[in-house]
Design a protein around this ligand. Structure first.
Ligand code: SIN
Ligand code: FE
Length: 293
């Protein structure tokens, strides 16, 4: 079962010991969560005001995102002044995240790509949604419009809740167990469909067989009420003022409660891993007996 591996890192910019680096990379690639209980993302006074006053009315969807590269903020209807505060705060989270990952996982630096940053101000519990988008059901991450073609999805979260509220997750069984459970129900990819999806602009880039199977795993898990109730799992509340790293394409997870968190996504090619055999791509290829990208 997934373990929570704690590291006593207190600062975003301090060097990480070789021992912490080894512990982190091994834990993450083995499908565990690396929790940094003392690593708080400090907010500035004007940002804190923004938070406390925030009713969530300025959030259009589940979260507010910052695109890497051009720093465009999406998902917020905040006015120009608030948008500036929001952007600065998210740019800062993206920068400290990048620095931390470079120091904690230095062997990834050469191939790691920084993806979107997100700010999640709204309460997770009781949020209405379709079953497919319902992240309070156990799932592995896979997104219909963004094929990864095998690249890993590594995410760094920080719970910045100012009133002592944890961010509660359920964590489930290892990836290979999930894959074996649903393997016989996975359907092949219709011939030519990946080209059509890309041509129609439904996917950014071509959906590989790997993405096709990962999406089905995501959906099968979420749609299966018995599985949600009876799968091996435990509940864990990430404390306010803590940060954690996790491969969300591998670790079965469900967000059950909490508000006010940041998240930074990174993508890593399988070849950049310490042990590529542990990737969902290689696990699925081994189970299916063929290449999937
Ligand atoms: C998810 O990745 O399913 C949601 C995690 C969260 O927002 O806490
Ligand atoms: Fe998820």
């Amino acid at each position: 079962m997934t373990e929570i591996v704690r590291l006593p890192i207190e600062r975003w910019d301090s060097p990480c010991s070789l021992q912490d680096q080894t512990t982190a990379i091994t834990a993450l690639e083995s499908g565990n969560v690396v929790l940094l209980p003392q690593l708080d993302f400090p907010l500035r006074d004007n940002e804190r005001d923004f938070y406390f006053l925030s009713t969530g009315a300025e959030v259009k969807g589940k979260n507010i995102s910052l695109s890497p590269g051009d720093n465009t903020v999406r998902g917020s209807s905040a006015d120009v002044a608030e948008l500036g505060v929001l952007r600065d705060m998210m740019v800062r989270f993206s920068a400290v995240s990048q620095g931390l990952v470079q120091r904690l996982l230095p062997s990834y630096t050469a191939t790691l790509e920084q993806g979107r940053t997100s700010f999640r101000p709204l309460e997770v519990a009781g949020r209405p949604s379709s079953w497919r988008k319902d992240d309070s059901r156990l799932h592995v991450d896979s997104f219909p419009s963004s094929p990864t073609r095998g690249k890993r999805i590594l995410r760094l979260f920080s719970n910045v809740n100012p009133v002592g509220q944890g961010r509660t997750w359920r964590l489930g069984e290892p990836f290979e167990q999930v894959a074996r459970r649903y393997q016989s129900s996975l359907q092949g990819q219709p011939w030519g469909s990946s080209q059509i999806l890309e041509m129609l602009g439904i996917t950014k880039g071509q959906r590989s067989a790997y993405d096709h199977y990962m999406l089905q795993l995501h959906d099968r898990m979420k749609a299966d009420g018995d599985y949600q109730a009876s799968a091996e799992q435990f509940t864990f509340a990430f404390p306010p003022g803590s940060s954690w790293l996790v491969y969300t394409d591998q670790v079965s997870h469900a967000a059950m409660g909490g508000r006010l968190a940041f998240e930074q996504t990174f993508y890593l090619p399988v070849s950049g891993m310490q042990d590529p055999a542990k990737s969902p791509l290689r696990v699925l290829e081994r189970l299916m007996g063929r290449e999937l990208v």
